[in-house]
Design a protein around this ligand. Structure first.
Ligand SMILES: Cc1cn([C@H]2C[C@H](O)[C@@H](COP(=O)(O)OP(=O)(O)O[C@H]3O[C@@H](C)[C@H](O)[C@@H](O)[C@H]3O)O2)c(=O)[nH]c1=O
Length: 388
């Protein structure tokens, strides 16, 4: 064992994940599993009910296998709750209240020292007072509610130890960037990038006003490389063709469809973006660490409760009013049609863009001073073990 590893680290961790939809549930759990492993060298089992979705963001995974080790993590297909005879680990993390199998929960007593329910990310102020609060469970154990968040009084955000220095290195390495982009761009697009054409990454939900973005980009008549994962914004090409048909000249906008790529490569993609449209939870946090301007589309909830969360984050991050207006417009929380002009006003203005970039960098820097999510988990575990 590495001598720098603190004796307080646990020897084993179980993480349970149910994929509700999309890729955020497994995205968060997969990233967390790997980071906990790197920090502690514990044996980590990740129980997942949907290996197909998992496979999209971890191409090394074989969705046909019930058991496999991927990047040092024991990945187990959580097929059903019946006859669950595995011995629970020292730390059990259930993601987003997914309810581990009842037999497993019964067996936790005597084996498990810390049981956490990892909650969804929110910047709402009440999160601080709910973070790490205990709740007595029918098996006699205490489960803690673990809230990730943006302040020192929450569980923090997922951030690998050397992430920001790796990012800086990558952002200064044109050769590595070119090698990375080469499989995705044709020769003309690569040449445009070499001449300084900006990359915009677009990852959004179907409700985003993509047609307004298309309008802004076609009207601007400047070369832009718009990188879009397969299946996202499916009407985009059609929209552009329709707009170009009535434009005075074809626009120098290039839409580049990408396959889903490995989570670590997705980071690199965001590090290359002059602007990143991201969504949900995990890509949002990665866009913050990319320290590049980003436009977040929050995961939609009934009765627009997501807009309360969005405003809480805009307030907590002290996002400047012009950027906050664009983000609200992208989330359909502003007058229809307003996104186009707001976007054009800022994205094609070099001074405003530079300011936006500077603010994003400062925000990233400030947040990086908080404890990371993994360290917060280990701290709680350490405190619990001191009590025994
Ligand atoms: C496009 C792309 C994404 N990814 C990863 C990044 C993230 O880990 C993951 C996407 O997850 P997110 O950004 O969170 O967006 P998302 O919308 O996919 O996920 C979610 O949002 C949550 C708030 C909801 O509760 C979840 O139920 C879920 O909908 O996919 C890749 O690894 N490669 C890719 O090519």
């Amino acid at each position: 064992m590495n001598s720098s590893i603190k004796p307080a680290y646990p020897k084993s961790i179980d993480i349970f994940c149910k994929v509700i939809d999309n890729y955020g549930d497994i995205g968060v759990c997969w990233r967390l599993a790997r980071d906990l492993k790197t920090q502690s060298q514990a044996t980590i089992r990740l129980w997942v009910d949907d290996l197909r979705s998992f496979g999209k963001i971890a191409p090394e995974l074989d969705p046909m296998l019930n058991e496999q080790i991927v990047q040092g993590i024991h990945v187990r297909h959580w097929v059903n709750d019946q006859a669950f005879t595995e011995q629970p680990a020292e730390i059990v993390i259930e993601a987003f209240a997914c309810d581990p199998p009842p037999d497993f929960v019964q067996a936790m007593k005597g084996n498990t020292r810390l049981w956490l329910n990892l909650e969804y990310l929110s910047a709402e102020p009440w999160v601080e007072s709910f973070h790490a609060q205990p709740s007595l469970q029918p098996n006699g154990m205490v489960k803690l509610f673990f809230f990730p968040g943006f302040t020192a009084k929450t569980g923090g955000l997922l951030r690998e130890e050397h992430l920001l220095s790796e990012r800086d290195q990558w952002q200064n390495d044109r050769q590595a960037q070119e090698k990375f982009l080469a499989p995705f761009l044709n020769a003309q697009q690569l040449a445009l990038w070499q001449q300084g054409a900006p990359i915009i990454n677009l990852f959004c939900y179907p409700s985003a006003p993509v047609h307004e973005l298309a309008q802004a980009l076609v009207k601007a008549n400047q070369p832009v490389l718009l990188l879009v994962p397969e299946g996202v914004a499916p009407s985009l090409e059609e929209e552009i063709t329709r707009l170009e048909a009535v434009a005075p000249a074809p626009s120098p906008l290039h839409i580049i469809r990408l396959p889903f790529i490995d989570q670590r490569d997705y980071d690199r993609l965001l590090w290359l973006g002059s602007l990143n449209f991201i969504r949900g939870e995990d890509s949002f946090v990665r866009a913050i660490w990319a320290a590049r301007p980003f436009i977040w589309q929050i995961y939609e909830q009934e009765e627009n409760t997501h807009l309360i969360k969005l405003d809480a984050w805009l307030a907590s991050s002290q996002t400047c009013p012009s950027v906050a207006s664009i983000i609200r417009a992208w989330n359909n929380a502003a007058a229809p049609g307003s996104f186009t002009s707001l976007f054009q006003d800022i994205f094609f203005n070099p001074d405003k863009c530079a300011q936006w970039k500077q603010q994003t960098r400062e925000y990233c820097q400030n947040l990086s001073e908080n404890k990371t999510l993994s360290s917060s988990i280990f701290d709680i575990h350490y405190k619990m073990s001191q009590k025994v």
